[in-house]
Design a protein around this ligand. Sequence first.
Ligand SMILES: *Cc1c(COP(=O)(O)O)cnc(C)c1O
Length: 363
Amino acid sequence: MEANRVYNFNPGPATLPLEVLKEAQAEFLNFRNSGMSILEISHRAKQYDEVHNQAKADIKELMGLGDDYDVLFIQGGASQQFCMIPLNFASKEHPGSYVLSGSFASKAYKEAQILGVGEVAASSKDVDFRHIPTQDELKINPKAAYLHLCYNNTIYGTEFHYVPDTKGVPLFADMSSDMLSRPVDFQKFDFIYAGVQKNLGPAGVVLVVAKKSLIGKSPENLSTMFRYDTFYNKNSLYNTPPAFCIYMVGKVAAWIKAQGGLSVMEERNRKKAKLVYDAIDNSNGFYKGHADKDSRSFMNVTFRLPSEDLEKKFVAEALENQLSGVKGHRSVGGMRASIYNAMPYEGCEALADFMEKFRKANA
Ligand SMILES: *Cc1c(COP(=O)(O)O)cnc(C)c1O
C-alpha cells in the first residue's frame, strides 16, 4: 500500500485505482500539451473531444455492445435517473414496473409513484431485503413500459445473479454499484444507468447505456434537460458536461481494459469477496451476514456483530489498522465493506485478517 493511504471501503464516493490517480496527477497541469489542466479546458476543444469519445467507445467495447446502443453522460446523479426514466417512458396505460430489492430500488419506484405511473413487480421488503426476488416471484405485466431492477443493492449487500426473463418488456437496470465489475449479458438490457462514484470514477456524472431506439425520441411535452433525446442528439454535449468526471471515467475504463476486461475483474472480485465472506462464515456466528447466501453481492459485504458496542469498537480498531469506511448504512446497521474493482486483493486480505483477530479478542 502507498504510504499515507488507507484501504478505503467506503460505499461511494469510493476507492479508485491508484494507477489512474497517479496518471491524472501527472498530466494535471498540462493536459495533452494544451498548456491547461483538464479542469480549465473548453468542452469544445479537440483534446476534450477525444477524451469524451474514447470513454464512450471503451465502455461499449467492455460491455460488448454494438451500434444499436449509445452511451450518454448526464448530471444529477442516479437519483435524477429515478425521475427521468418514468418521465420519458411511463404512462398510466404503460406503467413502469419495479422490483423492490432495497433502498435505491424503492426510491426509483417512489418517483414513478409521484407521477402516478408506477407499479410493483416484486418486493423483498418483508424479509428486510435479504434476498433478490427470483424469476418466479416476478409479476410481469405485458403492458408495462419497462421492468426496473436495481442490479446491486449497495446498502443491503445483495446482487442479481440472473438476468430476468421479461417476456418482451424492456429491461431497465440501475447498475450504479456493480457496473463493469463482471461480464453480464448486457444485450438483454434495454437501458442501464450508473452513477459513476461507486465503481467508475468521481461523483458528478451518470452513465446511461441504452438502446438508441429508446433514447432517440422523448415525449413532446418534456423540458429540454429531462429529455434523453437532448443528450442523444448532441452526443451529451448540449450543455457543458462534467469534463473532469468523464475524463476520469475514461481512465478507469482504459484501466479495466488494460487489466484484461470484465472477466478478469470478475475473477478478482469473486476471490476478494470470498475472503470477506469466509471470514463471516467461519466465525462461529460472531459475524452475521445480512444477505442470504444466494443473493450475496460481490461489491458490498454487509454484516453485523453481536452488539452495537462491539460494532463501534470494530470500526475504531479497523481504522487504526488502515481499514477505513467499514461502518454500515444506518438503515441496516452493522458493517459494510465495499470492495469495488479498485479495491486490491491485499485490502480484502487485510480486512479478513483483522476480522479474525478481532473475533478472537472479543468473542
Ligand atoms: C448510490 C446509489 C444511487 C444514488 O446515486 P446518486 O448519484 O447519489 O444519486 C442509486 N442507486 C444505487 C444502486 C446506488 O448505489
